[in-house]
Ligand binder design. Structure first.
Ligand SMILES: [Zn+2]
Length: 552
């Protein structure tokens, strides 16, 4: 439920919201709203794995009354949040949408210093703004606007900035995300000069502070979590002053709400709850789904990923946050049933990437697993390359950044040292191949070119992840079950556990069923466009149309 002050606020303000289009006659079966929900790090096996503990109205409703694709895999290797959300929204791979990594040589993928944040109480706190300037392809919201002379309303909300920005596409009406260090919802001047009133009202009511001093407890009795690894497993991270085992106190070690508390909240199920409260307010205030021009509401539920990194996919915590996501989705759907009517909206739920088990857990069961630390690799390469290539001085790193699956070179150093870039790449490849956990290394120049006749699956996946503006200079493929950290769970490889996500589609025109056929999440956008009868973008149509059987 939204707080009373916000309900009152909405009552007072919705009457003043601008009506920008005439009320159309109602036609019974046309969907009025698409709700596109991306649950960060929701791996493809999770819905079946936790099905016995789901309630009736959330995942189970989608699984029974909608189409459930159980074998959906991304067809690119850049399995991270920015690329994944852009794939779902734009219906194509990084090779076309342009976002090849969360961080590239120029910074974080949704960062845009030209568009400062809007909605902070102290503007100095948010130095870097945000915007979709790396996106090179239109998203679902963009083609919905194109097909309706701009009348379709497109609203994108997320906890992570890159989630909200990538899902929203090039020109959404509204994009709002959570600014973790201040605990406030914000937008940027790429979208608006003033924060939407419903988000400003939640900020004014300090909506994020209401969990301070409370504890995250298990939703179900401990016996229900028997199939998980022990709760106090030493391989889990101990962060946020809340320990490895339940209950997790939500203070961040502080006496009053502040950055540490907000970071803890983001890793808990309650930040998702906060975001869904904003989503319900957005439906009311932005009048989503109120006429026959279909609108789009995108929601990036990011807490599952933050929690998943700390505790791993086999933990009590990840099971619990998934069960709570289930209850939260049920609440959203019953709100939409009441507001728009069941059968008047389409819901699509998926993940942006999967996740690997914590390496120690894999090893405990006899698997070859370990840690390839991105920072350690960059440091080691800089030391060895400076020696082998005779570049001196601590301020002359040749490797700028390792962000799996990419390595970014420091081109300025290479230029000043008058080195041949090819020689640096070759030396890097040689050194990387000697590192533990590395299976395969390819210079990105090979991925830029035409598809070789002998390309295997791993080459395809790496090539689809490549984009000339945002991919690195070298692609690094890790061995199975090797990942970026020893005591947290990671993703970012081409392996199936990182590419596997569920796809759940529900609503008018969707043929219900459990689909075991291979599907690609980049086909969600084209499928949704077809379900509402609009022309998809050319970049969407190049996908495989792997969900065609689920459309009536
Ligand atoms: Zn992640």
């Amino acid at each position: 439920m939204m707080p009373a002050c916000l309900s009152l606020f909405l009552l007072c303000t919705t009457a003043h919201a601008q009506a920008t289009r005439p009320a159309a006659a109602s036609s019974p079966s046309r969907p009025r709203l698409i709700v596109l929900i991306v649950v960060d790090q929701l791996r493809g096996d999770f819905p079946d794995r936790y099905a016995a503990h789901f309630g009736e109205g959330g995942f189970r409703r989608l699984m029974r009354e909608g189409a459930h694709f159980v074998s959906a895999h991304f067809s690119h290797a850049a399995t991270a949040t920015g690329p994944g959300h852009a794939c779902v929204a734009c219906g194509c791979n990084p090779r076309e949408h342009g976002v090849a990594a969360n961080r590239d040589g120029d910074g974080e993928c949704s960062e845009d210093p030209k568009h400062p944040l809007v909605g902070l109480d102290d503007p100095r706190r948010g130095a870097s703004g945000g915007g979709p300037h790396r996106l090179q392809a239109p998203a679902l919201g963009d083609v919905m606007k194109l097909a309706t002379a701009g009348q379709a309303r497109v609203v994108s909300l997320g906890l992570k900035r890159r989630g909200a920005i990538m899902l929203g596409g090039l020109r959404p009406d509204t994009a709002i995300w959570w600014h973790t260090s201040s605990g406030r919802f914000v937008t940027s001047t790429a979208y608006a000069t003033q924060l939407s009133e419903y988000a400003a009202a939640m900020n004014a009511a300090r909506a994020a502070d209401r969990w301070f001093g409370r504890a995250w407890e298990r939703l179900l009795p401990p016996e229900a979590y028997r199939a998980c690894v022990p709760d106090d497993d030493p391989a889990e991270a101990d962060a946020h002053h809340w320990g490895r085992a339940f209950p997790h106190p939500l203070t961040g070690g502080l006496k009053s709400p502040g950055e540490g508390y907000y970071a803890a909240l983001l890793a808990s199920p309650f930040a998702n709850e906060l975001l869904l409260e904003l989503a319900r307010a957005a439906v009311e205030y932005e009048k989503l789904g109120q006429d026959d021009v279909c609108d789009l509401l995108c929601i990036a539920l990011s807490s599952n990923d933050v929690c998943g990194h700390l505790f791993g996919p086999d933990s009590h915590e990840v099971m619990d946050i998934t069960l709570r996501t289930d209850r939260q989705l049920a609440e959203l759907f019953s709100f939409l049933d009441a507001r728009l009517g069941a059968g008047r909206y389409i819901a699509a739920v998926t993940g942006d990437h999967g996740v690997a088990p914590i390496a120690a857990h894999s090893r405990a069961h006899g698997l070859d697993a370990g840690c390839f630390s991105e920072d350690d690799a960059a440091r080691a390469l800089n030391v060895s390359l400076q020696q082998s290539l005779d570049v001196t001085g601590p301020r002359a790193p040749l490797v700028k950044l390792v962000e799996l699956p990419w390595l970014f070179l420091e081109h300025e150093t290479i230029r000043r040292a008058e080195l041949s870039p090819q020689r640096v790449v070759d030396a890097c490849v040689d050194e990387l191949m000697k590192m533990k956990g590395v299976a395969w290394v390819v210079p990105a120049a090979r991925l830029a070119g035409p598809l070789p006749a002998d390309a295997d699956e791993r080459f395809h996946l790496a090539r689809e992840a490549y984009h000339p503006r945002t991919a690195g200079d070298i692609y690094i493929g890790l061995r199975h079950y090797w990942q970026e950290s020893e005591n947290t769970a990671g993703h970012g490889t081409a392996h199936a556990y990182d590419r596997h996500v569920p796809i759940l589609l529900y609503g008018p025109g969707v043929r219900a069923g459990r689909y075991a056929t291979e599907a690609d999440p980049i086909d969600i956008a084209v499928t949704l466009a077809r379900l509402i009868g609009i022309q998809p973008a050319p970049t969407m149509v190049r996908a495989r149309n792997s969900m065609a059987t689920a459309v009536e």
